[in-house]
Design a protein around this ligand. Structure first.
Ligand code: GLP
Length: 274
């Protein structure tokens, strides 16, 4: 696990967007694992501007999202399919047919989960999996009790998750109680993991994810087992860590990040409106 703390939220977002851009430059047919949530909105905004201004080309990319609510068709404005279309897919040159999310509106959910696993496999597996973290410590929607070997399946959402997402639905009662999510095992199979957390409300879960014991009560702790996992934080999300000096030293002394340090300081990027 590598922990990279950036001085501002904008810089953390910039680093994540640039890591994704480099993956695509190196491998235009990259299979990306994608995430939703408020944290990711600015990452997608940066990727949109990198396409417009730097010619980043998504035309051959394939994508698999982590999760989707059960019961919401893609046309529902609260579905993650809708989120992805609005924030990313409709704004870049990606082929919609190459973008995948589980379908939470089908009648046979178990068959849908198996199909999703097979589709990931048929596409050669995930090259780079983008992750956020929920207030319950979940990655994807892998709530407490998720086995580290779990695969794509239906899960019940934890109360902390329902509360976290209530604002988006207008009311806690309107938040679906179940979702389809890639399993922890599915996520661990990806070749690279990239988790972004910003803001002080993530600090405690980030401390447990990085420095706490591994436990299936906090699925993000499974990332300690991953061979190529980078965790990018702003200062607020990093503030409860006990070894910050060491993480900073490791980052500063690692020439692998020189390309990022050489970039001009990130401009504050308001949401793109066009
Ligand atoms: C949802 C998603 C997670 C994501 C989390 C973080 O619960 N299923 O994959 O990590 O939101 O949300 P936010 O970025 O809004 O804090």
């Amino acid at each position: 696990m590598e922990v990279v703390i950036q001085p501002s939220t904008a810089a953390a977002v910039e680093l994540v967007a640039r890591i994704i851009a480099r993956e695509i430059h190196a491998n235009p047919r990259a299979v990306l694992g994608l995430a939703t949530g408020r944290t990711m909105e600015s990452v997608y905004a940066r990727l949109v501007s990198l396409q417009r201004n730097d010619g980043l080309d998504f035309s051959a990319c394939r994508t698999f999202n982590l999760d989707e609510y059960v019961g919401l068709p893609g046309s529902d404005k609260h579905s993650y399919r809708h989120y992805m279309n609005v924030h990313f897919f409709n704004r870049v040159n990606i082929e919609l047919g190459n973008t995948h999310l589980p379908d939470g509106a089908v009648s046979d959910l178990d068959a849908e989960c198996d199909k999703y696993e097979r589709l990931i496999e048929q596409n050669g597996g995930i090259d780079l999996q983008l992750l956020g973290i929920g207030h319950s410590g979940h990655i994807g929607f892998n709530e407490p009790l998720s086995a580290f070997e779990s695969r794509t399946r239906v899960v019940a959402l934890a109360p902390a998750t329902i509360r976290q997402n209530a604002a988006l639905f207008g009311d806690e009662d309107k938040v679906p109680r179940r979702a389809i999510t890639m399993g922890v095992g599915t996520i661990l199979d990806s070749r690279n993991c990239l988790l972004l957390a910003t803001g002080k409300d993530k600090a405690e879960m980030i401390r447990q994810t990085i420095e706490g014991p591994r436990t299936n009560m906090i699925s993000a702790t499974a990332l300690q087992l991953h061979k190529h996992c980078t965790i990018v934080l702003d200062k607020a999300a990093a503030r409860s860590l006990t070894k910050i000096e060491y993480y900073n030293q490791a980052y500063e002394s690692n020439a692998k990040w020189d390309w990022f340090r050489k970039l001009p300081a990130p401009v504050a990027h308001a949401k793109i409106t066009a």
